[in-house]
Design a binder for this molecule. Structure first.
Ligand SMILES: *[C@@H]1O[C@H](CO)[C@@H](O)[C@H](O)[C@H]1NC(C)=O
Ligand SMILES: *[C@@H]1O[C@H](CO)[C@@H](O)[C@H](O)[C@H]1NC(C)=O
Length: 530
């Protein structure tokens, strides 16, 4: 069976976790893609399956032919319902004692008020107006954004709470205390508010996300004593779910983190739950760019961390798309900003593609991302040769585990070409204005092609060319007669839900017709000359 990210069981690694590091890191990014089926449809054990279930649900909303009560929805939740808190991998970074901002033993710090008087705002939208008593840290405030709806993208509005005041986080209790004498806020009758701080609101995933309880307490005396005080805001978030899939690493964690914290210019402390050392290690350059402080493993930490403000959970938007929003994106970040952030974090040199013109003889560079599992481009050599003949300097590569290394290769390209799959996520590393060419396999894949990669490309101000293969160019023609509904009415494949999509659409290979494809390559070339 293909060694994809998906065929691994989603059970937490447990004590043997250390053994997994090698294989994981050795895995190739190109194979990690959001929507590929592993083998275990019935077992319901594959991350790919789960991802696709999410897509199916989303598609259900999009497409009237999709029966939302179909079997995909009855599938079992991921096996990751337990918290991999027992991971024993060496954590590459722990707390940093020399941090000036992190004062140990805060209760003994004379500059820190010990028992702040606080008030709480009654209405979440309304500013608290009570006078601040002398010595108070600040008024207790809590605002939770949890009822947002994005039609068609039900997972795009995860719950997130913003807190201010005397905040005490006790990871071992999975609790976040808010000293809140009035008791006001979105709390239940026990004065609690429970959130699973993962930036993808997906019922299949959420059972696997550590639940954190915000506890409203009447005074500091009944909250645990601070053992470490931080002068910067906190963000508590989970890296559960489909992470380790490069598309989801970005859509479900990194972009939300950027959206939530970029404006803090590094002055923010991350507490990460569902902590995966290999994941944190892999994305350390990005985490370090967003936070000047070493991340804290929420699953293992024994301290009581005190903050004056912060978030439980993160804001997010659609996949690889960030739109302006008054509260979720008040700083008006765009994907172009995210691209710039990535370039800074990885030291990628190019902000713009090569300018083609009279005075330069340099060839435009094309990177073709090769897929070795499904949706292979069977005549890749032929395509590559034609591209060379048209004047491109062509490189063919599979994305690797070395994110920075691959980011460099992508950033060096003026045109990125790939068949639909998670490898296209690498467009985030292209220089602004470069060209993305997506080859879309057979089977009415418009929705996925557009929403996962096409529209994001436009939002990143890339030039975007899409090529839909005809029925002559797919290996499906070797499996199904031409009068089969696969060709006559491909929406019927979607109507079957996940099994149809996975078994028929996602497993084809394509062989593009060079006569038909050539104008699209010329278009890519043209785009670079504009
Ligand atoms: C974001 O955009 C809105 C609407 O265009 C504008 O009113 C606001 O000032 C902008 N905010 C920032 C931080 O640029
Ligand atoms: C390739 O495409 C051209 C133009 O659409 C068409 O005339 C030709 O028949 C196609 N070749 C094959 C083998 O399908």
């Amino acid at each position: 069976m293909a060694s994809t990210a998906y065929s691994r069981p989603s059970k937490p690694p447990g004590p043997a976790a250390g053994d997994r590091k090698g294989p994981r890191l050795a895995k190739e990014l190109g194979r990690i893609e959001p929507k590929k089926l592993g083998i275990g449809l019935v077992a319901g054990c594959c991350l790919a399956l789960l991802t696709y279930l999410s897509f199916a649900r989303l598609f259900a909303i999009y497409s009237p032919v999709f029966d939302s009560s179909s079997l995909v929805l009855k599938n079992t939740p991921p096996a990751t319902t337990t918290v991999p808190a027992t991971e024993t991998l060496p954590v590459q970074q722990e707390t940093q004692v020399e941090d000036q901002k992190d004062v140990p033993d805060p209760e003994a710090d004379p500059n820190m008020p010990n028992l702040p008087e606080v008030t709480t705002e009654k209405d979440q939208q309304e500013e608290a107006t009570t006078t601040k008593p002398a010595g108070a840290i600040s008024e207790a405030k809590i605002t939770c954004d949890e009822n947002g709806v994005d039609e068609g993208f039900p997972y795009a509005r995860p719950p997130v709470c913003e807190l201010a005041g005397d905040i005490r986080i006790s990871p071992k209790e999975k609790a976040m205390y808010l000293v809140n004498p009035s008791g006001a806020g979105p709390f239940d009758s026990n004065g609690e508010k429970k959130i699973r701080p993962f930036a993808r609101k997906d019922d299949f995933l959420l059972p696997g996300v550590v639940e954190v309880t915000i506890k409203s307490v009447s005074s500091a005396a009944v909250a645990p004593q601070c053992t470490r005080r931080h002068d910067v805001p906190v963000v508590v978030f989970s890296v559960a779910g489909y992470t380790d899939n490069f598309f989801h690493d970005n859509t479900d964690v990194l972009i939300p983190l950027f959206l939530t914290t970029e404006h803090l210019k590094g002055e923010v402390q991350f507490l990460i739950t569902n902590f995966k050392p290999w994941w944190v290690h892999k994305f350390t350059p990005l985490l370090k760019k967003l936070s000047n402080y070493d991340v804290i493993n929420f699953d293992k930490d024994e301290e009581v961390h005190c903050f004056r403000s912060g978030h439980l959970g993160m804001y997010r938007d659609r996949d690889l798309i960030i739109s302006p929003h008054p509260t979720r994106n008040p700083h008006n970040y765009s994907m172009v900003d995210y691209n710039r952030f990535l370039r800074r974090a990885f030291n990628l040199p190019r902000d713009a593609p090569a300018v083609l013109g009279e005075e330069t003889s340099a060839k435009p560079k094309m990177l073709i991302i090769e897929r070795k599992g499904t949706r292979k481009l069977l005549n890749l050599r032929e395509v590559s040769a034609l591209c060379e003949a048209l004047g491109f300097a062509v490189t063919v590569a599979e994305a690797g585990a070395d994110v920075r290394g691959f980011a460099d290769r992508v950033n060096a390209a003026d045109v990125l070409l790939a068949v639909h799959g998670a490898g296209l996520t690498n467009q985030i590393f292209l220089p602004t204005g470069a060209v993305l060419v997506q080859i879309v396999p057979w089977g009415k894949m418009d929705w996925m092609a557009t929403n996962f990669y096409g529209q994001p490309a436009r939002d990143m101000r890339l030039r975007y060319v899409e090529y839909y293969v005809s029925e002559e160019e797919t290996t499906l023609k070797d499996k199904y007669p031409r009068d089969h509904y696969v060709f006559k009415d491909p929406m019927r494949i979607h109507a079957q839900g996940w099994p149809g999509i996975a078994e028929i659409i996602m497993k084809q290979d394509v062989m593009v017709n060079m006569t038909r494809f050539k104008p699209f390559l010329l278009k890519a070339l043209d785009e670079l000359q504009e």
